[in-house]
Write a protein that binds this ligand. Structure first.
Ligand SMILES: C[S@@+](CC[C@H](N)C(=O)[O-])C[C@H]1O[C@@H](n2cnc3c(N)ncnc32)[C@H](O)[C@@H]1O
Length: 485
């Protein structure tokens, strides 16, 4: 991994310089003050540096994402469950480590641009954790409002603890000091939306939604998404108990962070976490109580829960056994039931109880560009070439889903993507070659409180710019098709 030189672009949407939500992480520097010494084995001097553990965990996560190209979620899980850099931390430091890693990815373009202005040449291949320490520290100094002395001393100590990065500790120290003084002005002159968004994504959104909306989408990605809950019942009551608000579509939105499993109602199975837009596609079937529904790409299970909670007889299928564990856990916690099957939908041989079904949901694998607010690693990891493979996979799955839909039945196809190739165009292609299917166009009654999400052709299209004053929503596409013969 090298820190590459990138050119500055002219200013237009300047970065805020604030943490998402405008807060500083605990005011000054989390871990900036030494806490009480814990009894235990003597640690090396570097390990006594305040806040070092959180930075170590953040850098481990960033190395996994930026060097090994793991997803942010997988990297966080590995540091929590396997490598232990996160699980060893106090909850507050753990939250800080996650925030550093996520912010570094969200602002990756801006950080790379600013570092490029201070580095004469890229760091050599064998510089250990140095490039990731620099990036994480720049994120703290430029976007998290951490006291500079805390960031600089912890990050230099972290570099010194790595045998390959140690030789760069002096350089890191000098660059971070310059960033803490000169960085904010450089940051404020950057075009944040363009720098943090790959050109191919911005071009795709510009041709689909126009330049102004494309830039607004990119700007929306610079802020972390709020936490949305799908509730079993009594949305207003849960909103009051959890200090949230009820959205027009019935989800409860929380703006305060915190551990989900510690919130009221989690253990009792009163709600599950799901973005407000993601809660919508499964509802487009209408009343499914007592009806057979086939959920073909089910894991981690948001839509399975939605259908089971509505009283449907659900068969939830996914080819990933690992991801299906989440479905099973969530069903148990929510005291809901579904038939859970590990299989490839393309080759699965259903029994009569499962298919053909009167209701089939295909939430197909996709580029997930509609969820960048929650997954800031997507712009860094996705390549334009990934799209063609996904489109081909979706086409095959749609063909298969159609064959599993009973005559007269409804098929819902959806993706959490902003790319028309994975949404609108996929449906146009399908309808052109499947005369036995027709759109069952959506009406405002299908999406109460969200008429702007219904397209001229009667599909659902949400964008992260919707409900801007309420905190936005994920980008989603859904089409409702009827099998006519
Ligand atoms: C977008 S996610 C589904 C999200 C899920 N519906 C929810 O609401 O939580 C796509 C899923 O498709 C699954 N998948 C991809 N190809 C598949 C195939 N050929 N057969 C079955 N599942 C597949 C992936 O494992 C992944 O879990």
């Amino acid at each position: 991994m090298t820190v590459q030189k990138r050119s500055s672009r002219p200013k237009s949407g300047a970065a805020s310089g604030k943490m998402p939500g405008g807060k500083s992480p605990g005011g000054k520097s989390p871990g900036g003050k030494p806490g009480p010494r814990r009894p235990g084995p003597r640690r090396k001097p570097a390990d006594r540096t305040p806040g070092l553990g959180a930075r170590r965990a953040a850098v481990a996560v960033l190395t996994a994402v930026l060097k090994e190209r793991q997803s942010l979620d997988d990297a966080l899980t590995a540091e929590q469950e396997v490598n232990g850099t996160l699980s060893r931390l106090a909850p507050r430091d753990r939250g800080f480590a996650r925030m550093i890693a996520a912010t570094t990815l969200r602002r990756h373009g801006q950080i790379t641009d600013i570092l490029g202005q201070f580095l004469d040449k890229p760091l050599p291949e064998k510089s250990g954790n140095a490039p990731f320490v620099l990036m994480a520290a720049a994120a703290e100094l430029l976007f998290l409002e951490v006291a500079p002395h805390a960031t600089v001393s912890a990050c230099v100590a972290l570099a010194k603890s790595d045998k390959n990065a140690r030789h760069f500790a002096g350089l890191i120290n000098a660059i971070l000091r310059r960033i803490s003084t000169e960085g904010p002005a450089l940051r404020d002159a950057q075009d944040a939306t363009a720098l943090n968004t790959p050109a191919w994504m911005l071009e795709s959104w510009t041709s689909a939604y126009g330049e102004e909306t494309a830039r607004a989408i990119a700007a929306a990605h610079l802020t972390e998404a709020p936490l949305d809950l799908s509730v079993m019942s009594e949305a207003q009551g849960w909103a009051e108990r959890l200090s949230g608000t009820v959205l027009p579509t019935g989800s409860v939105r929380l703006t305060e962070g915190g551990r989900v499993d510690q919130l009221d109602g989690f253990k009792e199975g009163q709600w599950w976490v799901q973005d407000a837009a993601a809660a919508l596609p499964a509802r487009l079937f209408g009343d499914v109580a007592g009806k057979q529904v086939l959920d073909l790409c089910a894991a981690p299970g948001g839509k399975t829960l939605e259908l089971a909670a509505a009283g449907a007889d659900v068969t939830a299928l996914d080819r990933s056994a690992r991801r299906l564990v989440r479905v099973t856990h969530n069903l148990k916690r929510m005291q809901l039931t579904a038939r859970v099957i590990t299989a490839d939908a393309l080759t699965w041989k259903p029994d009569e109880a499962a298919a053909p079904a009167p209701f089939v949901l295909l939430d197909a694998p996709c580029s997930a560009t509609g969820t960048i607010r929650r997954h800031p690693d997507i712009p860094v990891l996705k390549r334009p070439g990934d799209l063609a493979k996904l489109v081909e996979q979706q086409e095959k799955l749609l063909e298969r889903a159609a064959s599993l839909t009973a005559p007269g039945g409804l098929l819902i196809y959806c993706t959490c993507s902003l790319e028309p190739q994975e949404g609108e165009r996929q449906i146009e292609k399908f309808l052109a070659t499947h005369p036995d299917f027709a759109r069952a166009p959506l009406s405002p009654d299908d999406l109460p409180g969200l008429p702007e999400a219904i397209t001229a052709k009667g599909d659902m299209r949400t964008l992260p710019t919707f409900w801007a004053d309420r905190g936005g929503m994920d980008g989603f596409f859904a089409a409702r098709l009827k099998r006519t013969a």
